[in-house]
Structure formats: structure tokens, C-alpha cells
Design a protein around this ligand. Structure first.
Ligand SMILES: Cc1cc2nc3c(=O)[nH]c(=O)nc-3n(C[C@H](O)[C@H](O)[C@H](O)COP(=O)(O)OP(=O)(O)OC[C@H]3O[C@@H](n4cnc5c(N)ncnc54)[C@H](O)[C@@H]3O)c2cc1C
Length: 293
């Protein structure tokens, strides 16, 4: 590991000041839980000269329901998501996604913000947040602005964040509070495994017509970044909720996915997984919708 200077931020405002001060002259990185960054610092030849530690920024650690929706601070850990009564009630899919990440030690330290900024296509928090049309709030020298999560990811390990910017909050918009959503992950093992494919599906139900409303499907590990499944969503809109519709949606989702073959799985196998998991995620969301009715 190469030597670097470490600065500890008191809060998000202080972190932005530190990033602005050092990013002009040095290669700067933020550290939150450190579960990804520490490995990178040890093994990557492109180490930063300056690291800004945001782990003490209390203003990034809350989970609140506001006029905007559910606002989750970037420093909220996966374990906190699993324990949050609000999230457990509104979005069990987020709890399932958090629970599928690494082991308890990783979940205790790893943050939601860190998971998103790392931007690996197999990240487990991505599909559910995409299916819920989440936005992120970015803090920078000229204040805060919001970006849809779908535009936050640019490619593998790349986001729109600039060197002097911080991911501050993740916002699930008000209109999607409590939207029935289901997350599924398939890895080579039950625990401590990256997803070969992960899928989340969300929709409202028009109970009179018994049709899908605002169906959204998020897919992970099948493209250079976490994606929505546009053809699947268009197919589902306004259709009768039947086992056949869900099975057909799975087949269409396999077409939306653009996986590659690698040492973990072939592209064909991943497409088969997308088909099966999308169908099951829709079934899971429907079961939740019925239970909530
Ligand atoms: C053993 C192990 C198993 C794992 N298993 C899984 C798994 O199953 N599924 C999964 O999805 N992930 C997994 N991970 C990855 C990792 O734990 C998560 O991505 C975690 O959420 C990262 O959060 P962190 O706070 O530790 O990020 P850090 O390591 O602190 O940071 C990660 C990156 O994000 C940047 N960053 C962090 N927070 C911010 C912020 N607020 N603003 C701007 N930049 C920021 C850092 O500069 C760095 O580039 C695993 C990791 C390990 C070590």
C-alpha cells in the first residue's frame, strides 16, 4: 500500500470542503466503510494521495420519510437497512438485497452509498433501487443536485460523480412508497458470493381490472451497469396478472439482458437465469401486493 494523507470530515459539508481543497492538486478518494476501498488501496497501482474519511459524518446516517419520499443517508450500512422498521415495512426487497451482501462483517461496515459508487454491475442494492426509480442526491462545491439512479451509473466502476463530489442521499420517490417489490439473487453459493444475476420487480395492481400498473424490472450483472428492462416493462403495462404473463415477461427480460460470458457463467446461462428470476420476482411482488391489500 502506498502512503497517503488522511483527512477526517466532521459532516458532509466538511467533506465537500476537503474534496474541493485537495482534488485540484491530488488524486483524492472518499472512504466510507472501506470494504471495497481498502482492498483497492492495497492492490491497485493507482492509489490516491489523499483520502477523505466520511465515516463520522452523522448527517449521512439517517433513514427518514420526508415530503420527497424515503431518504436514506449514503452512510447507512447494509445491517442498518436490515434492522430499519421503516424499510422492513415499506420495502422488504431492500432488506433482502442488504441481507444477500457478503457476510455480517461486510454488512456492518459496508454502506449503501459505497455500494452504489463502486458501481460494479453485480451490486446487490442496484436492481431494487432501479425498480423503485430511486434518485441520488449529490453534494458538491455549488450545493446539492439530484440525478436519477439510472443516470448515475455510467459503466463498470464508473458513475457521474466528479472528484470533488459526494454521494449524500438515496431517495425513493414518494409515489413509490410501499410499492410491492421483490428482489432475487443467484450466486454460486448462498453466502459470500457475487451475483451471477440479480433481479428486482415492482408494480402496483389495478385490483378492479387485475392488471399490472407501473411495472418496473431492474437487472444486475447482465450489462456493463445495472439496468432496467424496458421491453419487459412495456409488455407488462396494463396486462392481466396471470402466470402466463409473468412467464412471458421472463422470456422478454432475457432479451433485455445483454450479459457477457466470463469465468463465473456463460452469457446463455445468465439469460436463462434472467428469465427464471424475473418470473419469480414478479410472483414475489404479486404475493406481497396481495398480502398488503
Ligand atoms: C468480502 C466481501 C464481500 C462482498 N460481498 C458483496 C456482495 O455480496 N454484494 C455486493 O453488492 N457487494 C459486496 N461487497 C462489496 C462492498 O462490501 C459493498 O459495495 C459496500 O457496500 C461498499 O461500501 P463501503 O462503505 O465499504 O465503501 P468504501 O469501500 O468505503 O468505498 C467504495 C467506493 O465508493 C466511494 N465512496 C463511498 N462512499 C461514498 C460517498 N458517499 N460519496 C462518494 N464516494 C463514495 C469510495 O471512494 C470508493 O471508491 C463485498 C465486499 C467484500 C470485501
Amino acid at each position: 500500500m502506498r502512503a497517503f494523507e488522511l483527512f477526517s470530515a466532521k459532516d458532509s459539508r466538511d467533506a465537500v470542503v476537503l474534496l474541493a481543497r485537495h482534488s485540484a492538486t491530488s488524486k483524492v478518494r472518499v472512504i466510507a466503510g472501506g470494504t471495497d476501498l481498502l482492498a483497492e488501496l492495497k492492490f491497485s497501482p493507482h492509489s490516491p494521495n489523499v483520502v477523505v474519511d466520511i465515516s463520522r459524518a452523522e448527517d449521512l446516517k439517517s433513514i427518514t420519510v420526508t415530503d420527497e419520499g424515503l431518504v436514506i443517508g449514503a452512510l447507512v450500512t447494509h445491517s442498518q437497512i436490515m434492522r430499519s422498521p421503516v424499510i422492513r415495512e415499506m420495502f422488504p426487497a431492500l432488506v433482502d438485497a442488504a441481507h444477500s451482501i457478503g457476510a455480517v462483517q461486510t454488512r456492518n461496515l459496508g454502506t449503501l452509498g459505497g455500494n452504489l459508487v463502486t458501481a460494479v454491475p453485480s451490486m446487490d442494492s442496484g436492481p431494487t433501487l432501479m425498480a423503485l426509480e430511486a434518485k441520488v442526491s449529490i453534494a458538491g462545491p455549488s450545493g446539492r443536485h439530484q440525478v436519477p439512479l439510472s443516470e448515475f451509473f455510467v459503466g463498470p466502476r464508473k458513475t457521474v460523480l466528479k472528484a470533488d463530489e459526494l454521494l449524500a442521499e438515496i431517495i425513493i420517490p414518494k409515489q413509490n412508497l410501499g410499492k410491492p417489490t421483490h428482489f432475487l439473487k443467484f450466486g454460486l453459493r448462498k453466502g459470500q458470493a457475487l451475483a451471477l444475476v440479480n433481479v428486482a420487480a415492482s408494480f402496483w395492481v389495478d385490483w378492479e381490472k387485475h392488471t399490472f400498473v407501473a411495472a418496473r424490472v431492474g437487472l444486475g450483472a447482465v450489462a456493463p451497469k445495472v439496468i432496467r428492462a424496458p421491453q419487459t416493462e412495456a409488455f407488462l403495462e396494463g396486462r392481466k396478472i396471470t402466470p402466463e404473463t409473468m412467464a412471458e415477461a421472463g422470456r422478454i427480460a432475457a432479451g433485455d439482458a445483454k450479459p457477457i460470458s466470463d469465468f463465473r457463467a456463460s452469457a446463455g446461462y445468465r439469460k436463462n437465469l434472467v428469465e427464471v428470476l424475473t418470473k419469480r420476482a414478479l410472483e414475489g411482488a404479486y404475493a406481497l401486493a396481495r398480502a398488503k391489500r
